[in-house]
Ligand binder design. Sequence first.
Ligand code: NAP
Length: 488
Amino acid sequence: MVGQARHPAFTNRDGEAGIGNRSEVRARITRFRSGNCLAPIGPRTSGEADRFMRHIAIIGSGPAGYYTAEAAQKQWGDDVRVDIFDMLPVPYGLIRTGVAPDHQSIKGVSRRYEGTALSDNVRFVGNVTIGQDVTIAELQELYDAVVLATGAPNDKPAGSPGEGQDNVFGSAAFVGWYNGHPQFAKLNPDLSGGTAVVIGNGNVALDVARIMAKTAGEFTGSDIVAHALHALQQSRISRIVILGRRGPHQIAMTPKELGELAHLERACPRVEPADLPPEDDDLFLEPGQRKSVGHLRSFAAIPEEFRADKPVEIDFDFFASPRAILGGGRVSGIAVERTVLAPDGHASGTGQTYTIPCSLIVTCIGYKTSPIPGVPFEESAGRFANDEGRILPGLYCVGWARRGPSGTIGTNRPDGFAIVELIAEDIGNGAGKAGRPGFDALAEARGLDIVTFRDWKKIEAAEEQRARDGAPREKFVDVADMIRALGE
Ligand code: NAP
């Protein structure tokens, strides 16, 4: 942590800046409950204290956004005001609409973010689209630092001819559909055909294949949205092919997630023993990867008798690179080329091609950040052009928007702390900007319909109330319904 002059009253016993002692925190939570916490905190009376106030705007309320806010609290204690903006009226980004609905324990991390959100000096500002309702330049006028924590919500195109046909989706859209993202809730994928192809050998490909393979009963306790549960119940898909352009040693699937495929009620994974490298070669893998490959080996050893009871097959097709998506407007198959590993580790085509007839394709090959006009963008990497998170003076990025879509949710925590260190170096004691009250004046002048954290708690309560038996919530999938819940 970079040394900054801190107000001694907000330094804990270890000399670190914090959000105060327990009783102070409790007092703040009590104020929140009594409805005061989310009111804008006006400038302090002491001119001396004002000089030490830093104003930070974070765009995006997912993991990277909340970890950055947490880091700002730790860095400056009560001498910072953080506004976290989101285009949706609901917080948590990837946790709500990216993490698989049957992975509730991972979603539990949002409780930690709520702890941050309930502090006086951090505020959720939902239902505001930066770049549309308010520009980045306007935020830069108002805040000492503007941090883009916008994640990577767009699909990387596969670049295969025929990609634009019906029933071919990127994973952002398909995952958004079963997770109830308002942008994708109406995707309505056709699940009536026998074979679906999932392109990619990462954890998202695993999520998509598993969700398609599960029975309705296996979604008990999940927050899969009703429209997706209903569609999956009617699904006729009996074969899910996972296409990997490289081999078992090159998968990007973590062992816990891969191991889940062996315990599905009606589905069974299949790996061709001939695709597996010699077992001794596994010794050169790092332990996690070795464990994942161990799962593939055990899938290859599943006896045929065991498969008899499993009407759905999850078929790993390695060394298989997509070449063209076939069909006359609606997908009917995929042309694939066999590959071998080149000495540099890349997949190299052999010229041997074949076709997999299928009626649904989901590409799970990585994501891109959404560019923002005027903000330098690195097209090839699909993220903002940045130097360790610095984009331009006063403008920063963090998480997937900084480094691209890699790592776990927890990877964003050190990212958030690192960006706050840089910001601390750059902004010192703050430049006396208008901050929160300035934004509120702008929002009022524009007639923006802001959703606060307290509002979100009402939406959350309504979602919990309408949950089906055993489910934690039934999400609203339409922004208008979220807003309507506020009036109830
Ligand atoms: P990923 O881990 O980067 O995997 C992308 C996969 O797509 C790779 O197998 C890659 O193969 C393949 N690919 C890329 N371009 C391709 C192309 N043109 N044709 C065919 N295949 C192509 O990305 P992800 O699965 O989207 O996951 C994103 C991040 O979220 C990862 O860090 C992941 O671990 C994380 N995540 C975690 C969980 C969890 O922990 N439960 C769940 C979901 C996501 P090559 O290796 O050959 O490039």
